[in-house]
Design a binder for this molecule. Structure first.
Ligand code: XMP
Length: 435
C-alpha cells in the first residue's frame, strides 16, 4: 500500500467508520485500529501520516474508562485527540455524525497542514496496488472464487482476473433461486465478455428437490446454505492445484466483527463453512473498502453499472420470498412478478432512490374473478424499503400510478396470481425479507 494513511484509534466511538469514510472522501486513506495498539505496532503500519484518537462519551466502554497508551503521543506522528491540545474533540465530531461534509471540514486542517498527507487515495491507485499485492501473495498458483453475481464477489472476480487471469477459477452455482436473467448475466459478463475461467453449475433440480415440502423458514435457509457449500465443495474437489480461496470480505465486516453482539434473527448465508480438509489460504482484496468504494472499484475495473449498483439480494435468493414450502409454479410467479417490478422501478427512476424492492408470493390462495369465472389463486406482495444499515428500515411511499401499472402488468402477465398487495411494515416489527 503506497497511499498515505491517517490512523484512527478506536475509543469506542460509533462514529469512527463515518470519520474514516470522511477522511477517505478527502482523498487520504484511513483505517481504524484498536485503542491499545503499541507505538511499535503503529510504526510498523505503512505510510502513517497522523493519528486521530476518537472516543465515545468520556471514553467509556461497557462501564470501563479506556485510553490509548501514553507512548502513542511520543511515536513521532501528529496526534489529534479529544481533551488534548488540538481543537477537535470527540464530542465535536459526534455532533456531526451524519454530516460527512462537516467532518471533512473539521479534520481537513489536521490531515493536510499538520500531517502533510497527500491526496493519493483513489481507485486507480487502489486497483494497481491490489494487483501487485495479489500477484505477490498468489504467485503462479490458482485461486478459487464462488461468484454469486453479487456486488462484492463480482468486484473481487474482476480484480483477481486482472491480477492473475486464467489462474482464477470462478464457480457460479445457480441454486434455481436466482432472479430472472441473473445467472445468465454472470455467464455473459464473466465468461463471454471478460474471458474468465468460469464453471457454471446448474443445481436447480438438486436444490428444489431438497426443498420439497420444507415449510419452516430456518430449515429452508439451512438447506440452501448447506447445499450451497456441498455443491461448491464438490466442484472444488474436482479441481487440481488450488491453494487459495478468494473472498469478498469488505471493511465493515472486519470493523464490525469485533463488536457485533447482535442476536441471530435469521441465519445468514455466506460461503464459509467449507470442510476442514479443504484448506485454502484466503485472498481478500476488498478488505479495506467500504461498500461505496467497492462499487467505485467495480466501475474502475469496467464492470457494468447495473452489476455494481445491484440492490442487495439474500444468499438464499428467492427461496425466502416464495413463502412456506416452495413449489415450482409459485417460484415462477415470484420470478416473473419480481422482474416486472424491477423493470417498472427502473423506468420510474426508483432504482436510484429505493434501497431494496422485490415481490413475495405467500402460500395461501384467495378467491377472485377472471373472464367471468371464479378464480382461486395466490397474491403477490410488493415490498420496497429504505435503510442505512439494514438493521432498521422504513417503507417507501410509491406513487399510486406506478403501483397501479405494476399491478396491472402482474395480473395480466403472471399466471396463477389474482391479487397484488403492498407491504406497509417497517423494520422493526417486520424484517426486510419475509422469511
Ligand atoms: P432482514 O430480512 O433480516 O434482512 O431484515 C436484512 C438485509 O439482509 C439481507 N439478507 C441476507 N443477505 N444472506 C445475505 O447475504 C442472507 O442469508 C440474507 N438474509 C437477508 C436482506 O435482503 C436485507 O437486505
Amino acid at each position: 500500500m503506497k497511499q498515505d494513511m491517517i490512523v484512527i484509534l478506536d475509543l469506542g466511538s460509533h462514529e469512527n467508520t463515518v470519520l474514516a469514510r470522511a477522511i477517505r472522501a478527502l482523498g487520504v486513506y484511513s483505517e481504524i485500529y484498536p485503542h491499545d495498539i503499541t507505538a511499535e505496532e503503529l510504526k510498523a503500519l505503512p505510510n502513517v501520516k497522523g493519528v486521530i484518537i476518537n472516543g465515545g462519551p468520556c471514553n467509556v466502554v461497557d462501564g470501563v474508562e479506556i485510553d490509548v497508551l501514553p507512548e502513542i503521543y511520543e511515536a513521532g506522528f501528529p496526534v489529534m485527540a479529544a481533551g488534548h491540545d488540538k481543537a477537535l474533540c470527540a464530542t465535536k465530531l459526534a455532533q456531526f455524525t451524519d454530516d460527512e461534509e462537516a467532518i471533512k471540514e473539521a479534520v481537513k486542517g489536521f490531515v493536510f497542514d499538520e500531517c502533510k498527507a497527500e491526496t493519493n487515495w483513489n481507485m486507480k491507485n487502489f486497483v494497481n496496488d491490489q494487483i501487485e499485492l495479489i500477484r505477490r501473495q498468489v504467485g503462479d498458483k490458482k485461486v478459487l472464487l464462488a461468484l454469486s453475481g453479487g456486488v462484492d464477489s463480482s468486484v473481487v472476480a474482476a480484480l483477481l482476473l486482472k491480477a492473475i487471469g486464467e489462474n482464477l477459477v470462478c464457480v457460479h452455482v445457480n441454486h434455481g433461486l436466482m432472479r430472472k436473467g441473473e445467472s445468465e448475466a454472470v455467464v455473459e459478463i464473466f465468461r463471454n465478455q471478460l474471458n474468465a475461467n468460469l464453471i457454471y453449475v446448474d443445481a436447480t433440480e438438486r436444490f428444489l428437490t431438497k426443498l420439497e415440502n420444507v415449510a419452516d423458514p430456518e430449515e429452508k435457509r439451512k438447506i440452501i446454505g448447506g447445499e450451497f457449500i456441498r455443491v461448491f465443495e464438490e466442484e472444488a474437489r474436482k479441481l487440481d492445484g488450488i491453494d487459495f480461496l478468494g473472498q469478498g470480505t469488505i471493511y465493515p465486516d472486519i470493523v464490525e466483527s469485533g463488536t457485533k453482539t447482535a442476536k441471530v434473527v435469521k441465519s445468514h448465508h455466506n460461503v464459509g463453512g467449507l470442510p476442514e480438509d479443504l484448506q485454502f489460504e484466503l485472498v481478500e482484496p476488498l478488505r479495506q473498502l467500504f461498500k461505496d468504494e467497492v462499487r467505485a472499484c467495480g466501475l474502475e475495473l469496467g464492470l457494468p453499472y447495473d452489476m455494481v449498483y445491484r440492490q442487495p439480494f439474500p444468499g438464499p435468493g428467492l427461496g425466502v420470498r416464495c413463502l412456506g414450502a416452495i413449489t415450482r409454479d409459485r417460484l415462477e410467479a415470484l420470478r416473473e412478478s419480481d422482474a416486472i417490478l424491477q423493470e417498472e422501478f427502473k423506468l420510474a427512476g426508483l432504482d436510484k432512490t429505493v434501497w431494496q424492492y422485490f415481490t413475495v408470493v405467500p402460500d395461501f390462495k384467495s378467491v377472485g374473478v377472471r373472464n367471468n369465472a371464479r378464480s382461486y389463486d395466490w397474491p403477490v406482495i410488493i415490498r420496497a424499503v429504505n435503510t442505512i444499515d439494514a438493521m432498521t428500515a422504513s417503507i417507501e411511499l410509491i406513487d399510486w400510478p406506478i403501483l397501479q401499472k405494476i399491478t396491472d402488468r402482474i395480473l395480466k402477465e403472471v399466471p396463477n396470481i389474482n391479487r397484488v398487495c403492498y407491504d406497509l411494515s417497517p423494520k422493526p416489527s417486520a424484517t426486510i425479507e419475509w422469511e
